[in-house]
Ligand binder design. Structure first.
Ligand SMILES: NC(=O)c1ccc[n+]([C@@H]2O[C@H](COP(=O)([O-])OP(=O)(O)OC[C@H]3O[C@@H](n4cnc5c(N)ncnc54)[C@H](OP(=O)(O)O)[C@@H]3O)[C@@H](O)[C@H]2O)c1
Length: 268
């Protein structure tokens, strides 16, 4: 299966590397179409497949085409590709906010998969939600899911609207975690730890808490209860968080992200 990645930026390169690392494809079957000459030269040095600057030379040979350009570049890209698109080709778009109907109309394509990955995909720890048009076969869907799985974990969602929700939870989610980490690091520094010590205390605490959570069947409230003894230190912090309703604040933030995703996609 020949794969063409259009846009060899952060995400395009991430996918090219994770496909090759997992041996799911070979560099002989990998093509990258990149507009920027400087970026194309960098990509050519990485030995990850053949780099092209012209769709004429590569589009028709691809079975799967991954759209990894910025959403604002989509209209120009669609206009240049549409005369060459074959209806049997499968398109996988990771462009935030660009709907399947927009891609179908812009490209004249029918087999479209839309995915929303997140930044930890860069280290193989991504979380991706994806959905597809009806014309994509089960085999094609499994093939694309296998590719996406090389960059982390995936869930298939039936409704395209769930892609906006995934954007608000897992897409923007790493920033929420870093916000919480940053506050805890600041508290650590204020308590007298050096910057490096505060970073280690916090990042290892997050890592440990998440791995412990993943290794058990307990819910978050159950774990909190386990570590909070009456009148103890954890209970003092949790009580302060409840006073200022940090929990509800986080939910409000996630919904603000959802509304913005809907607005950007023209759904609101
Ligand atoms: N980064 C993330 O964590 C993340 C998460 C979820 C979804 N996404 C989505 O992933 C997509 C790519 O993001 P990114 O951060 O990888 O962007 P990026 O680093 O800017 O990469 C996009 C690349 O595509 C090139 N390009 C633009 N138009 C092109 C065309 N017509 N033909 C060939 N190449 C073209 C750009 O060149 P120029 O620089 O010259 O324009 C750039 O090198 C976006 O749509 C974003 O919404 C990203």
């Amino acid at each position: 299966m020949k794969i063409l990645i259009i846009g060899g930026g952060n995400m395009g390169l991430t996918y090219a590397q994770s496909f090759l690392r997992s041996h799911i494809t070979s560099k002989e079957d990998m093509m990258i179409l990149e507009k920027s000459p400087e970026r194309a030269a960098q990509l050519a040095q990485k030995d990850i497949g053949t780099v092209y600057d012209d769709a004429q030379a590569c589009l028709r040979r691809a079975d799967l085409i991954i759209l990894a350009v910025k959403p604002q570049d989509a209209p120009t890209l669609f206009a240049s590709l549409s005369p060459m698109v074959d209806a049997q080709q499968v398109f996988l778009s990771i462009m935030a906010g660009v709907k399947i109907s927009t891609i179908a109309a812009g490209l004249g394509a029918r087999k479209i998969i839309r995915a929303m990955p997140n930044l930890p995909a860069q280290i193989g720890r991504g979380m991706t939600a994806f959905t597809s048009s009806e014309e994509v076969t089960r085999i094609e869907l499994v093939m694309v899911q296998n590719l996406l799985n090389t960059a982390g974990k995936t869930i298939y969602v039936e409704q395209e609207s769930a892609i906006d929700a995934a954007t608000a939870i897992s897409g923007s989610g790493p920033a929420y975690v870093w916000h919480f980490m940053d506050a805890l690091m600041q508290a650590g520094r204020q308590m007298g730890f050096s910057e490096a010590q505060a970073e280690l205390l916090v990042s290892q605490t997050f890592l440990g808490a998440i791995e412990l959570y993943n290794a058990s069947n307990l819910s978050c409230p159950e774990w909190i209860q386990r570590v909070s003894s009456r009148g103890g230190t954890t209970e003092a912090a949790m009580s302060s968080f409840r006073d200022t309703d940090v929990h509800a604040d986080i939910i409000r933030g996630a919904f603000a992200a959802l509304h913005r995703a809907e607005e950007l996609g023209g759904n609101s």
